[in-house]
Design a binder for this molecule. Structure first.
Ligand SMILES: C[S@@+](CC[C@H](N)C(=O)[O-])C[C@H]1O[C@@H](n2cnc3c(N)ncnc32)[C@H](O)[C@@H]1O
Length: 240
């Protein structure tokens, strides 16, 4: 996969691209990531990219010109999935990350200041928000998108790590533990230490279901629950 990130602050990606799983994925050729400073595409002789807002209002808005020029200069941009980071976009989630992981080429545009001239929408395919809050710029948002997509690419991490994760099958992941089995009076549930794989599987499923029900009931589709699962969840209701 190829990813191009358009930003005014390329230095923000230094640590991100040179650490951990993302670095390994780049080194292994799983993904090629380019960070492009769209200030270089400004038509202004001083490389200015922002200006005051028509109709008035606080702050400065980024011009559509450098972004459109930059997109026109990227090889294959026509066929790439072109995304803009924006709090007004559709909220990003694991399903979206999985869909993006199937793309061959993604381009992510980062806004800054008050955002970008709305005409930028003529050059991109979709807006993505990473949540209902306002960041200073799209850089952190783009890292969230890239990080979650790259780890899903074949060869980035072991495939088993991706199978039992939160949001797969609309469930949060079950509780996990590592050594020591007992610490400060807190013990690992015995069932996880006794080597009975069927009992472990059942415990994990019920733990996952209960956790999701209590923390993120919106994820659970009641119509897809088995009779046993419904009974288990109603027993939790009684306990609470
Ligand atoms: C300060 S924000 C602009 C906010 C905009 N004036 C508004 O009220 O919707 C500057 C840039 O940060 C990025 N940004 C801020 N919050 C974001 C979020 N929740 N998700 C994705 N990008 C975000 C976008 O690229 C945006 O253009």
């Amino acid at each position: 996969m190829k990813i191009d990130i358009l930003t005014l602050f390329p230095e923000m990606y230094d640590g991100f691209l040179s650490s951990s799983i993302i670095k390994r994925a780049i080194d292994k050729g799983v993904v090629e990531i380019r960070v492009i400073d769209y200030r270089d595409y400004s038509s202004d002789k001083h490389h200015k990219v922002d200006d005051t807002i028509y109709g008035g209002g606080a702050g400065m808005l980024i011009s559509v010109v450098p972004i459109a020029n930059c997109l026109k200069d990227i090889d294959g941009a026509k066929d790439a999935k072109k995304i803009i980071t924006s709090p007004t976009g559709a909220t990003f989630n694991q399903e979206k990350a999985k869909a993006l992981a199937k793309e061959e080429h993604i381009i992510i545009v980062c806004g800054h200041y008050e955002g970008i001239d709305a005409r930028v929408n003529n050059y991109i395919d979709e807006e993505i928000s990473i949540g209902d809050y306002i960041l200073t710029g799209g850089e952190v948002a783009s890292m969230v998108v890239v990080d979650s997509v790259v780890r899903l690419l074949p060869g980035a991490i072991t495939e088993e790590s991706i199978v039992d994760e939160s949001f797969n099958n609309n469930l949060l992941e079950y509780d996990q533990f590592t050594k020591p089995a007992s610490f400060d009076g807190y013990d690992v549930p015995f069932v996880l230490t006794n080597g009975n794989h069927e009992e472990i599987r059942k415990w994990r499923h019920l733990n996952s279901l209960a956790k999701t029900y209590l923390r993120r009931p919106d994820l659970i589709d009641q119509n897809k629950l088995t009779k046993e699962e419904k009974e288990y969840l109603s027993s939790l209701q009684k306990d609470n």
